[in-house]
Design a protein. Structure first.
Length: 738
């Protein structure tokens, strides 16, 4: 069974050289969850994170905080003190190793690293850590103390060479020395076998490899850890040693503290293993005693429980088997191969493949069809586990079958529904995509087509920003971050798509935060809007042409009016510009300013109905002539009222001589009855007229014009308009257009 990432032992590797990190990670790539740090500071940070590492491989020589300092900090923190640490370092001096062992390092491996040696010592420390931190099946009240020190068997044909080691070991252990392999085997098979063997490889006669192989071949010796102590340091020697069952390998000349540390580790591990075996035996007895209780529960279980002997015959079958299959327990007792006979032929080979070796049958559920006794077809989900006694003897299989026909039917309906939905998505005319962890995890064919790819699979796993035009990437990235963080629920934007062939097309996308396979994601729609953009641009240009033609028409009308009154030529244009400047000061938008500009150009269009000699009369006008002049506002309105402007141009022309106090003409309107555009035109008209020359008088200048406007503030002219005029001319230096 493949071990999930959450169940694998966690190893933190610390080394400032990336090549060393990769080498260690490559050696331990199978079976472990690896994390890495290139500094002591980062190592301490990772060691405190949950879940914490089960083992740390630590370099000593690093810039900044070295391995010794990291080890001291780890052992001084209750949260990390229990994590075993193995030094993996190029420092091979005995003093370095001794210092590490005194500080609490669990083991010490010198570079260059032997892969098999590293893997073996990692396994040893991990197993010790597992038993220390979470002793499975251990009775918390049980005592594991020994009445006497452990016994060590030291095998070396020249004991004088290891005299110092022997003297040191005698302080903690009962030490027995053998000078030949044959004597070592006798002692292991004797009445009081040792707890651990220290074995030299190079010996006359029977060498250490053969001694180790024979020790491991005996039931008692198989449990005894063997540590090779030898001058044979070649990698192939170590591989051969591990192949015959060695627990560790120490090269001469050795550091005595190193030997003692390794001996302690392997003795503790052997003791824990032995204790666990005892506990398993006790619990097996308890399980056997509770078998009758299990049988009663199984009889009433809705699942089809069974127990098969090693030869495949049924020892127990729950009554629920008849509900699912129509066959009674007695039918299975009578025919051990009945299950194989009723399994659907299309599923039989797969079932046999999983159940081919009963002792190693996977506990993972398998699903298959059976033909029930009534001829109907039923879907079964089966979980089967091998059962062993405390000594590892295979006792048979326990299994549980469940009728999942109804659930399967619902699943198939859901699957068909999903397939139908997928078909709609795959054939959609809009591109559909899903982004998770910054990568594309789903793209439908239309989305791939927009990006210029023949297959959607080519885009999976890529960064979506790679397919966004460079000038739009920041905008798209910002929206993705807001969606991913939950700051925004949805987003809509247009951007350039960089196709595979290097061309850019315009796309519009709508995206929203969602979940995909239970995790946060971004799901969106994308459409090629290049044609739409081109059409919009064509329309924009056409509208601009219409506006230009319209303004030329307005200018023509203004020119015709000025041709009848050459003395006031340019008046309409200047009034329009002054009015627009005032309106800008008041905060009018561009659309409204355009309407005001046109009203300014046309405000005196009604004067085409007035005789030219009156318009250019140098003297004072008679009452009748003045009345004719006043009619130009109404005449202008009559000319323009049927033109469908998007602005109130006709009303502005009609009211541009009205005054806030009702003293104006032609209707004598007051206050809010006068539209805002007309109020602005009234002030602009007076300013332009007073500051410009007329046939009957010279220009009076801008200051007199402003004084006139200011004098009429709030009575004749609107207060806000007057204030805007004052700011415009006096504070901002605006001048009357020429």
């Amino acid at each position: 069974m493949t071990e999930s990432a959450d169940e694998r032992p966690r190893i933190l590797i610390v080394d400032d050289v990336h090549e060393n990190l990769h080498a260690l990670m490559n050696i331990l790539r199978e079976g472990y969850a690896i994390s890495a740090a290139t500094s002591g500071e980062k190592a301490l940070e990772l060691a405190k994170r949950q879940p914490r590492p089960d083992l740390i491989l630590l370099d000593i020589k690093m810039p900044g905080m070295d391995g010794y300092s990291v080890l001291i900090r780890l052992k001084g923190d209750p949260a990390t003190a229990g994590i075993p640490v193995i030094f993996v370092t190029a420092l091979a001096e005995a003093a370095d190793e001794a210092r590490g062992l005194k500080l609490g390092v669990a083991d010490y491996i010198t570079k260059p690293v032997n892969p098999e040696l590293l893997r073996m010592r990692v396994r040893t420390q991990l197993e010790l850590h597992r038993h220390r931190s979470n002793p499975v099946m251990l009775d918390p009240n049980a005592r594991v103390d020994r009445l006497q020190p452990p016994a060590l068997l030291v095998v070396d044909d020249v004991p004088e060479n290891i005299h110092e080691l022997l003297e040191t070991l005698k302080d903690e252990y009962r030490v027995v020395v053998a000078t030949t392999g044959a004597r070592a085997i006798e002692l292991v098979q004797g009445a009081s076998p040792p707890d651990l063997v220290l074995l030299d490889i190079v010996m006359p006669g029977m060498d250490g490899y053969e001694v180790c192989r024979r020790i491991k071949a005996t039931p008692a010796g198989n449990r005894i850890p063997v540590i090779f102590i030898t001058v044979a340091d070649a990698a192939e020697n170590k591989v051969k040693g591990f192949g015959v069952g060695a627990a560790d390998y120490i090269t001469k000349p050795f550091d005595i503290d190193e030997v003692r540390a390794r001996v302690r580790s392997h003795l503790e591990l052997a003791r824990l293993r032995h204790f666990l075996e005892q506990q398993v035996e006790q619990r097996t007895a308890l399980l056997e005693a509770s078998e009758e209780k299990y049988r009663v529960l199984a009889d009433y279980s809705p699942n089809w429980e069974y127990w098969r002997a090693p030869d495949g015959s049924y020892l127990y079958v729950a009554p629920a088997c008849k509900v699912a299959s129509g066959y009674a327990p007695a039918d299975f007792f009578a025919d051990a191969r009945l299950m194989e006979k009723i399994i659907h032929p299309e599923d039989l080979e797969a079932w046999k493949r999983v159940r081919s070796d009963a002792a190693t049958a996977t506990p993972a559920p398998i699903r298959f069809r059976i033909r029930a006794k009534d001829g109907g077809e039923r879907w079964i989900e089966e979980i089967c586990r091998p059962v062993f006694d405390g000594a590892g003897k295979f006792l048979g299989q326990r299994g549980s079958d469940r009728d999942i026909t109804d659930r399967r039917r619902v699943q198939m309906q859901l699957f068909e529904s999903e397939q139908n939905f997928r078909g709609l998505v795959e054939q959609a005319i809009a591109g559909i995509f899903i982004v998770q962890d910054g990568k594309l995890v789903y793209v439908n064919p239309r989305a791939a087509e927009i990006v210029g790819h023949a297959s959607a699979d080519e885009l999976l796993g890529t960064d979506p920003l790679l397919w966004v035009a460079e000038e739009d990437r920041d905008k798209v990235a910002q929206n993705m971050r807001r969606l991913a963080s939950g700051e925004a629920k949805s987003a809509a934007l247009d951007f350039g798509v960089l196709r595979q062939d290097g061309t850019i097309v315009q796309a519009g996308a709508n995206a929203a935060g969602a979940t995909h396979e239970g995790r946060p994601a971004i799901i969106g729609l994308i459409q090629d809007i290049s044609e739409k953009k081109r059409a919009e641009e064509e329309i924009r240009r056409y509208v601009e042409k219409l506006k230009s033609a319209f303004m030329r028409t307005v200018e023509v009308a203004t020119t015709l009016s000025e041709m009848r009154d050459p003395y006031t030529a340019g008046h309409e244009r200047r009034v329009a510009e002054i009015a627009v400047a005032i309106a800008q000061e008041l905060g009018y938008d561009e659309q409204r300013l355009e309407g005001l500009r046109i009203a300014g150009y046309l405000h005196d269009i009604g004067k085409i109905t007035i005789p030219a000699e009156i318009l250019s009369k140098p003297g004072r006008l008679t009452a009748i002539e003045y009345q004719l002049i006043q009619n130009h506002a109404q005449a202008g309105y009559d000319v323009l009222k049927n033109v469908e402007f998007p602005w109130p141009v006709a009303q502005a022309v009609l009211q541009h001589h009205e005054r806030m106090d009702g003293s104006g003409y032609p209707q004598g309107l007051k206050g809010e009855a006068i539209i805002p555009e007309a109020r602005i035109l009234a002030a602009a008209d007076v300013i332009e007229a007073m500051s410009s020359h007329r046939p009957y008088r010279p220009g009076l200048g801008i200051e007199k014009a402003l004084a006139e406007i200011e004098r009429g503030r709030g009575t004749v002219y609107e207060g806000a308009t007057v204030d805007a005029c004052m700011r415009l001319f006096r504070e901002k230096g605006y001048g009357v257009p020429l």
